[in-house]
Structures are given as C-alpha cells and as structure tokens.
Design a protein around this ligand. Structure first.
Ligand SMILES: [Zn+2]
Length: 274
C-alpha cells in the first residue's frame, strides 16, 4: 500500500507538470471510485478547472483547483496515478481519465479498487465524512518529539497500532511503522504510554529518518506501487525488517520474528527491540 514516501514521490513528480494545466474532459469508467460528490456532479464540476497546486496530506494527494476546491486522491491498496500522452494505450483497471489542455492525460488505475477520489472544499469533505481528520505530518519540522510524547501518554494501545492510526500521525502504514520501530529499537507490541521521553525522542527521530530515506529512494515497490511514470521505487532494497520475517536481523543475526498487531503482519527483532 502506498504510504507517505510513495505519495510524496508522485506528488513531487507531478507538480511541475500539472500546475497551470486545465482539466478539459473527465471520463469515469468505474464511477464508484468517486465518493464525493455524485459521479455526474463530479464530472460537471471538475471539467474546465485549472490546477493551481499539487500537495499531500498523509497518504492523500491534494490537487488544488481554485476557490478552495480540491481533487483528493487516495491510492488505497493498489492505486496508480499516471501522467501519459493521450495516445498511449489504456491499461486494464483504468477507472478515471482526466484530459489536460496539453494533450496529456492523468489516469487513475486501481486493480483492487480500494482507492478513492473526492472533489470539494476541505470543509465540505470533512463535513461529509469522506475526508478523515488527520494527525500531524511526521516529517513536518513543527511536529516535535514532545508532541508525540503527549499523544502517546496514558495510551495502552501497542506502539504499532498507534503509528498506523492516521489521526495520531498521518501517512504511516505497515512498512514504515515496522521500519521506524526497528530503527528506534522498540518492540511493536509495547504499550505506547510506557515509553520514556528519551524513547519517544528516539522513535520520533527514527520515524523521520525512515520516511526521509524512503523519499530519497523514491518509495518502496514491495507490491504494485509505481510512480507517476510507471517506474518502480528503490527503497524495497534497503528495508531493514519489512517483508523479512525469518531472515537474519542485520544488527544481531537472529531470525526476525513475526506478530499480528491491529490486524497487520508485524516484523521485528526480539533481541534488538525492547
Ligand atoms: Zn537484532
């Protein structure tokens, strides 16, 4: 599933190509991908709008369309947003095609169909419940370790579950939760409220390091993730624990253990993580 670094890679790649372009036509081949407003209104509303900005919040892509409106794209499990020339053959599972005024198309493809698109002002989308309220951005310089400590205090939930909670911190999924806990030498099943300030500082730094390293490497293609040009990322080559259950820990050599937390497979080292 694309997480913060994967979405950030796509956003940064698309921004210079999309800003200033106008959406001249919209085709919904699988209308249920649009969750707000009604698909017909979505098509009417988006046609003719000029793209003013391309940003990200958590795992959501935010395409600013003037007057406070935005197109929100969430890639779900297997979503891919690609910019291609209009003549390029349309792949299977392409659900949305936005024609731009430079004869290119922004295409949304999603074999598993867990992704979604929304159109509206932030207020409208929050009110309709289609856009969830998100916690702070873990790589935002104003989000410090004290803030994370306050959020963890008195919480009995396991660390891993809280890292996955988008209202706690935005953008972290299974890959970077496991990676940052390993870097911080903390067990994923430890109660969040049991951490000392010092341990929280270590986790805060590890989280940022894991995400920034992945952004530099253009994301992890552990499954179907592709960038805006259809290319894979490189971070999967450098992952320390994700997907490595039973393989030796790079630090101590002991086989990595597996646990299920919050319904998700969790890999960690019993010796290095406490
Ligand atoms: Zn180890």
């Amino acid at each position: 599933m694309p997480e913060l670094p994967e979405v950030e890679t796509i956003v940064a790649d698309l921004r210079p190509h999309l800003v200033g372009r106008t959406i001249v036509h919209c085709e919904l081949r699988f209308p249920a991908i649009v969750r707000h407003p009604e698909p017909e209104r979505f098509i009417d509303s988006i046609t003719g709008l000029r793209i003013e900005g391309v940003g990200r919040r958590g795992k959501f892509m935010l395409i600013a369309l003037g007057a406070g409106r935005m197109l929100v794209v969430h890639l779900g499990m297997s979503g891919q947003l690609r910019l291609v020339d209009a003549g390029v053959e349309i792949e299977n599972h392409t659900h949305v095609i936005l024609d731009l005024d430079d004869s290119r198309q922004l295409r949304y493809r999603d074999p598993r169909r867990f992704g979604r698109m929304l159109l509206g002002t932030e207020e409208e989308l929050l009110t309709s419940g289609t856009l969830p309220k998100l916690g702070p951005e873990p790589i935002d310089p104003t989000f410090d370790a004290d803030e994370l400590y306050k959020r963890f205090r008195k919480r009995r939930a396991p660390l891993k579950a809280l890292l996955l909670d988008q209202a706690m911190v935005a953008g972290v999924g299974n890959i970077y939760a496991d990676e940052s806990l390993h870097r911080a030498r903390l067990r994923p099943d430890r109660a969040a409220g049991s951490l000392s300030r010092k341990s929280v500082r270590r986790l805060h730094e590890s989280l940022r390091d894991a995400l920034e390293a992945a952004i530099r490497n253009r994301g992890s293609s552990v499954d179907t993730y592709r960038d805006a040009w259809g290319e894979i990322g490189n971070q999967q080559e450098s992952l320390l624990v994700y997907g490595r259950a039973g393989e030796p820990c790079f630090t101590c050599g002991r086989p990595l253990s597996i646990l299920r937390i919050a319904g998700r497979t969790t890999v960690f080292c019993r010796r290095c993580q406490r």
